[in-house]
Design a protein around this ligand. Structure first.
Ligand code: ADP
Length: 187
């Protein structure tokens, strides 16, 4: 049994890495790894729609009708339905295409836009999954570095959030994120 939680303070905010299921988190909002059509696919997206019920899909449909969906690198917000979280922020990460198609900037942007949207809504506690690391195929150590760099840079810029959780689905993903956090913090 390895460690399954790491907690650090960044500019007054608790940054927590943990093994767990994002649908069970009691932060004010959770982030979904969505797709451009906001259509609820597999992975974490499917789990969030199942746990949160039809209110989330209905709100996604409305956004799709009004704005055509959500472009890669951006994020939109809906109610959380049956979830403990009041809101779901649907962020669209990039599909990994080898690394020369702007993936890093798009992934960082998905995190930054989620955090900006949370601030605009007055949300101070937020949980992220490891966006793009499932079916979108982003290499895990790179995804972890980009995610944590984007989150830490936001926390250093804005003294606003109380807690950011990064909820990793298994021990292996958690280990990779913890390693990258260590590297970033000892730079
Ligand atoms: P993407 O399409 O952005 O790659 P996926 O849902 O396929 O999204 O995977 C993103 C990450 O979410 C993966 O690391 C996967 O292990 C993880 N994941 C899947 N289900 C959950 C869950 N219920 N809670 C937290 N993480 C999850």
């Amino acid at each position: 049994m390895g460690e399954n939680r790491v907690e650090v303070k960044v500019n007054g905010c608790r940054l927590l890495l943990m093994v767990g299921d994002i649908t069970e988190q009691d932060t004010e909002a959770i982030v979904n790894a969505a797709n451009e059509g906001l259509r609820g696919g597999g992975g974490v997206d499917g789990a969030i729609h199942r746990a949160g019920g039809p209110e989330i899909a209905a709100a996604c449909r409305k956004i799709r009708e009004e704005k055509g969906g959500c472009p890669t690198g951006q994020a939109v917000i809906t109610p959380g339905g049956w979830l403990r979280a009041k809101y779901v922020i649907h962020a669209v990460g990039p599909v990994w295409r080898g690394g020369k198609c702007g993936e890093e900037e798009l992934l960082a942007s998905a995190y930054r836009n989620s955090l900006r949207l949370a601030r605009e809504k007055g949300i101070k506690t937020l949980s992220f999954p490891a966006i793009s690391t499932g079916v979108y195929g982003y290499p895990l150590p790179d995804a972890a570095r980009v995610a944590l760099t984007a989150i830490i840079s936001e926390l250093e810029t804005n003294n606003y959030f109380q807690e950011i959780r990064v909820v990793l689905f298994n021990q292996e993903i958690f280990r990779v994120f913890s390693e990258q956090l260590q590297k970033i913090l000892t730079l």
